[in-house]
Unconditional design. Structure first.
Lengths: 435, 267
């Protein structure tokens, strides 16, 4: 309502009332015909075979067609794109027949200028008094903005889907890379030991992460063999780099001077120089040793040293098991000079030396996974295996690891070296490695 | 594998009568035959089913590989026939199902003894000397229409549609469900259907065959119906006075009459 300046405006102002009534009257005088023709949506009625019997001006305007070109001449499907026709025939028409109505179907109408206009179409079937279908009434709504928005959403959904697929492929590729890298840090096979046998097992805690445990057995000078097993700090690529450096340093050092304490001392120097100088101290624990087989006597001498690593277990043919203590050895790589402790033992027929990483002894056990497996349990388990050849001991320990289930959350390396007793199969084809 | 469950197989009609298998085409499900079943039920045993990916079939059995060719759908038909141990059945296929029936009859001749092809087309896309009515672009456009019309399909509705065949209280919610399909599976079926070329397969048909086409059908025009009739030795062509691609819905009386007459004439 308008209020003229300088006059009081009254809600019951006579002029204002007149204006409102005039507007209302104009609305009432709006004929049904005009409501139909100029509606803000397209209207059309067709016979049951789709022939257009009636169409409003709004829709004709959108189509760019004259009424005389359409009524009685075209079918509803003639207004649609070819894809829309297919959709109409396979979905729209049968559903309309079965349900008597259908609403909100997205189609495109062809415009005379060659353009296409996205629309939303709804139809109902009008039935005669006896229930027979007479004609189809259809409304057509302009859906240009909506369709643009939907397409935007669809595009985003597709690009999100594409990104997800890409991420999955990347992850798979990364896992493959990890697996290859991991294998490069472990020996493919263990060498044959005259009159003796070696067996190993490696458990990776997660396919996504490179493990930090390592082991190897290798020939030294035609008679003796070197071996090592250890655990670097951390996990992932940094740990893998450290493992690689450790492994090749130990192998090279052993060729130069196979004395276990000397080999670990060299490794200590290399790691300390490589990492501590850069302010990123990294270290490992390791057992390094040499094997001196005496096949004629049916035994071998083991000489080993430990740098902060859990002590080896010796399983004897008489059914006992005991730790081979190497007290006081420091972590390798922490200090510029570190003391390492060495020890020796002789293995006769039926004796086996077992090396392991702390993934085994620190496996969480018990119902609520709060206790650790521990050194004592390991010793007791080892005693049950005493007298058996290395591959059998490793197999039994592999079963033990599997039994830990999700309680085994760290990488675990196992290495057993021994002299099979004469009742066991000879070592020739018994050197084995499992991962 | 439970084929009956997988393909939502329904058996109705007269158990003593000859078996008629009604196979829906691309777009909807076995409900398409609702006006056909009553005309057959007195004298025939009627078998209905949904292809995997359509209607209330077991969507978990869907495999893009298997259903990327009509052979996969034909295998569905053969397996349904085997599950019910059908012998000498009459296979009535609408649209693409007509061609699926041709393939199935070739694979399992002892199970399918006659074919009725409703609005068939052995190839939808134009080719040298052959007019199927469509170009390859048109098929892409249809796939676009499928993407913009989920027809009541959504992740939330899927379990309702798939699992509640007979709960009328869900009627309103189930609007459009006869044609509701997982859009990904619908896309595969659409591609398989509209890019197929089964013209060579027609020559191998050896069973009595009725071809039904319509006077006005944009998907399977009359010249295509005539082509099918020409290609199948000894087949009968009946053109129904019907508009659209679904005469069994738009002209049920004429369709049923042609169908029952053909059935009565079989040995």
């Amino acid at each position: 309502m308008m209020a003229r300046a300088g006059q009081y405006s009254d809600p019951h102002d006579a002029d204002d009332d007149k204006t409102a009534q005039a507007a209302f009257a104009a609305l009432l005088e709006d004929s049904a015909e005009d409501l139909y023709e100029s509606a803000p949506c397209g209207y059309l009625s067709t016979l049951m075979d789709g022939t257009i019997a009636k169409i409003n001006s709004t829709l004709l305007g959108w189509l760019g067609l004259a009424r005389s070109d359409v009524v009685g001449r075209l079918r509803f499907t003639d207004l649609l794109t070819v894809g829309g026709k297919l959709y109409h025939e396979t979905h729209f028409a049968p559903l309309l027949r079965m349900q008597g109505q259908i609403s909100g179907i997205a189609l495109e109408i062809k415009q005379a200028g060659g353009g296409r206009m996205p629309v939303l179409v709804s139809s109902v079937v009008k039935h005669g008094t006896t229930g027979e279908p007479l004609l189809i009434r259809t409304t057509v709504f302009d859906a240009r903005d909506r369709r643009a928005y939907e397409e935007e959403l669809l595009r985003r959904q597709q690009s999100a889907e594409e990104a997800r697929r890409q991420a999955e492929a990347d992850r798979a590729r990364l896992q493959d890379t990890f697996a290859v890298l991991q294998q490069s840090l472990l020996p493919d096979t263990l060498p044959e030991l005259p009159g003796a046998e070696a067996a190993a097992h490696y458990h990776t805690a997660s396919p996504d992460r490179l493990g930090g445990d390592f082991y190897d057995v290798f020939p030294l000078d035609g008679k003796r063999f070197g071996f090592f097993l250890g655990d670097v700090c951390g996990k992932g690529p940094q740990a893998a780099a450290l493992t690689s450096l450790t492994r090749y340093t130990l192998r090279a050092a052993a060729l130069h001077d196979p004395d276990p304490v000397s080999a670990l001392t060299t490794l200590n120097k290399v790691l300390h120089e490589r990492y501590s100088a850069g302010g990123d101290p990294r270290y490992c624990t390791a057992v390094f040793g040499t094997i001196d087989p005496d096949p004629d006597a049916g035994r071998l001498t083991v000489h080993l040293a430990s740098g902060g690593h859990p002590p080896a277990v010796v399983l004897r043919a008489d059914g006992t098991a005991a730790y081979l203590p190497t007290p006081g050895g420091l972590l390798v790589g922490v200090l510029p000079a570190a003391p390492f402790t060495d020890a020796s033992t002789t293995l006769g027929p039926g004796d086996t030396l077992l090396l392991y990483t702390d993934g085994l002894t620190e496996a969480r056990t018990g119902k609520d996974r709060t206790s650790l497996y521990g050194d004592e349990a390991l010793l007791a388990f080892a005693a049950t295996q005493a007298g058996r050849p290395p591959h059998a001991v490793i197999e039994a320990l592999g079963g033990l690891l599997t039994g830990f289930g999700d309680g085994l959350d760290d990488d675990t390396a196992l290495l057993a070296i021994g002299v099979p007793s004469s009742d066991d199969q000879t070592s020739e084809d018994r050197t084995s490695s499992t991962r | 594998m439970d084929v009956v469950r997988r393909n939502n197989v329904t058996v109705t009609g007269n158990p003593q009568g000859r078996t008629v298998v009604l196979a829906h085409g691309f777009g909807c499900d076995q409900n398409m035959w609702r006006l056909t079943v009553p005309a057959l039920a007195d004298d025939h045993r009627v078998v209905l089913f949904d292809y995997v990916g359509a209607g209330r079939s077991d969507a978990s059995a869907f495999s893009e590989d298997r259903y990327a060719s009509l052979d996969g759908y034909a295998q569905d038909v053969v397996e349904v026939c085997e599950a019910l141990d059908l012998r000498d059945a009459v296979f009535v296929g609408h649209s693409v199902s007509a061609m699926i029936g041709v393939l199935a009859a070739d694979r399992a001749p002892e199970r399918i003894g006659a074919l009725v092809m409703v609005a068939p087309s052995p190839r939808y896309i134009d080719d040298d000397g052959y007019r199927g009515g469509f170009g390859a672009d048109d098929i892409e456009e249809l796939l676009g229409s499928l993407e913009s019309n989920y027809l009541g399909w959504s992740a939330a509705m899927a379990p309702v549609i798939m699992g509640n065949a007979d709960r009328p209280e869900l009627g309103d919610e189930l609007r459009n469900s006869f044609c509701a399909t997982d859009p990904d599976m619908a896309r595969v079926f659409a591609r398989t259907t509209f890019l197929s070329d089964s013209r060579e397969d027609l020559k191998r048909v050896r069973v009595p065959t009725l071809v039904l086409d319509c006077t006005q059908d944009v998907i399977a025009p009359r010249e295509v119906g005539a082509y099918v009739n020409r290609s199948i030795p000894g087949s009968t062509l009946v053109t129904l006075d019907a508009t659209g691609h679904c005469p069994h819905l738009s002209a049920p009386e004429a369709t049923n009459e042609a169908l029952t007459e053909f059935l009565a004439g079989l040995k």
